[in-house]
Design a protein around this ligand. Structure first.
Ligand code: DAH
Length: 339
C-alpha cells in the first residue's frame, strides 16, 4: 500500500491541468468517492493493525496534498473560487459602497422642503447673467462696489455678461415673467471674485425666497422666518431681526438665531453673544417691483436670501469651506448618518 501512496503522490506532482475541465477530471480521479484515494481508504480497513498508524498518517498526508495540489491547479488555470463557473455562493458578500449625498445637497433639500410646506415652489435662473437682472433691476447704484471686477466675475463688458453673485437675480427673472401672487424658492450656485480660504470661496450656494401678493406684511416675513428657524434648528430656537441694508429691500434686516451649540448661553462658536447670523431679508423695495412691471401700490412682498454653506456649517460644524468642493471621500462619508 505504501507503494501505491507514493505512486499517486508522484502522479499528482507531475499532473498538469490547463483548464477547469482538466482540473475537475483530476479531482474526480483522485478525490471523488470513487477516486483513487477513496479506494485506498477502503483498502486501509483491511491492513494489519501494526501498520495502521504509519499508513494512516501517510494516507492523510496524501489526501491533504491532493486537495492542495488540485486547488493550486484550479487557481493556475485562471478559474479560481469566485471566477467563471466556480462561483462560491457561500462566501459573505462584499459590502456595497453606495456613496452618500453631499452635505450641501442634504441641507438644500431640507431648506426647500420647509418652504415647500408653506406653499413655495422652486424657480431657477441662469448662472451666467446680465447686469440688469443681477444689479440694476435690484436697485444697485451704478457705482456700487459689487459692480467692480474685484468682486464680480465678468465674462464680457459692454454689454455686461457676468456670473451671478447672488440668487436674488432669480427674483427679477420671475417677477418679469409671472404675475403675482408669486411664492418662490430659488436654490442655486453663485460666484464671487474672492481668494479661496477656509472662510471664503469663489463659488458657493444660496437659497432665495420671494413672496409677492396683495397685503404681504413684515409680520408675514417674521412668522415665515420663525417657522423656518424652528423647523431647521429645532423648536427651542429663537430668532432676532437686526436692521440692515440691502439695495433691493426696504426695510432690510439680518436674522440671527439663538446659537444652536450653546443654546444661547454664549460659547466660542457664537463668540460669547449667544446669537449667530444666518440670513438677510426685507420687504421688497417698491422700486424693484416697478422695475419688473408690478404695481407697487397694489402689491407688496418680502424676500430673503441665505447661504447654504452657512446653514450647513451651523448644523454640522464644518470648519473649512474648502472641504465642500474637494470631494474627499472621508469627509463625505461623515454624512452617511444624516440621510
Ligand atoms: N442677495 C443677498 C446676498 O447675497 C442676500 C439677500 C439679502 C437676499 C436680503 C434677499 C434679501 O432676498 O432680502 O448677500
Amino acid at each position: 500500500m505504501i507503494e501505491k501512496i507514493k505512486a499517486i503522490r508522484a502522479e499528482l506532482e507531475a499532473a498538469e491541468a490547463p483548464d477547469a475541465e482538466a482540473v475537475e477530471a483530476l479531482r474526480i480521479k483522485y478525490l471523488s468517492k470513487k477516486g483513487a484515494i477513496s479506494a485506498l481508504m477502503n483498502d486501509f480497513r483491511n491492513v494489519d493493525a501494526s501498520m495502521k498508524r504509519e499508513l494512516g498518517q501517510a494516507l492523510n498526508e496524501l489526501k491533504s496534498y491532493a486537495t492542495e495540489r488540485i486547488n493550486a491547479l484550479r487557481e493556475a488555470s485562471g478559474r479560481g473560487n469566485d471566477k467563471g463557473g466556480e462561483l462560491d455562493l457561500t462566501r459573505t458578500p462584499a459590502p456595497l459602497n453606495i456613496g452618500t449625498r453631499h452635505p450641501l445637497s442634504l441641507v438644500r433639500e431640507q431648506i426647500i422642503d420647509i418652504f415647500r410646506r408653506l406653499g413655495f415652489t422652486i424657480a431657477e435662473g441662469p448662472e451666467i447673467e446680465d447686469d440688469w437682472h443681477v444689479f440694476e433691476s435690484l436697485n444697485f447704484a451704478p457705482d456700487h462696489p459689487a459692480r467692480d471686477m474685484q468682486d464680480t466675475f465678468f465674462i464680457n463688458r459692454t454689454p455686461d455678461v457676468l456670473l451671478r453673485t447672488h440668487t436674488s437675480s432669480v427674483q427679477t427673472r420671475v417677477m418679469t415673467s409671472q404675475k403675482p401672487p408669486i411664492r418662490i424658492i430659488c436654490p442655486g450656485r453663485v460666484y464671487r471674485n474672492e481668494a479661496i480660504s477656509a472662510r471664503a470661496h469663489c463659488f458657493f450656494h444660496q437659497v432665495e425666497a420671494l413672496y409677492v401678493d396683495k397685503n404681504v406684511t413684515y409680520s408675514d416675513l417674521r412668522q415665515t422666518l420663525l417657522y423656518f428657524a424652528r423647523e431647521m434648528f429645532g423648536p427651542q430656537t429663537s430668532i432676532r431681526l437686526r436692521p440692515s441694508y440691502f439695495p433691493f429691500t426696504e426695510p432690510s434686516a439680518e436674522m440671527d438665531i439663538s446659537c444652536n451649540l450653546c443654546g444661547g448661553k454664549g460659547c466660542s462658536f457664537c463668540k460669547g453673544t449667544g446669537w449667530v447670523e444666518i440670513l438677510g431679508c426685507g420687504m421688497v423695495d417698491p422700486a424693484v417691483l416697478e422695475a419688473c412691471g408690478i404695481d407697487s401700490k397694489e402689491y407688496t412682498g418680502f424676500a430673503l436670501g441665505m447661504g447654504v454653506e452657512r446653514i450647513t456649517n451651523l448644523k454640522y460644524q464644518v470648519k473649512d469651506l474648502r472641504l465642500f468642493s474637494e470631494n474627499d471621500k472621508r469627509f463625505l462619508d461623515e454624512f452617511v448618518a444624516a440621510h
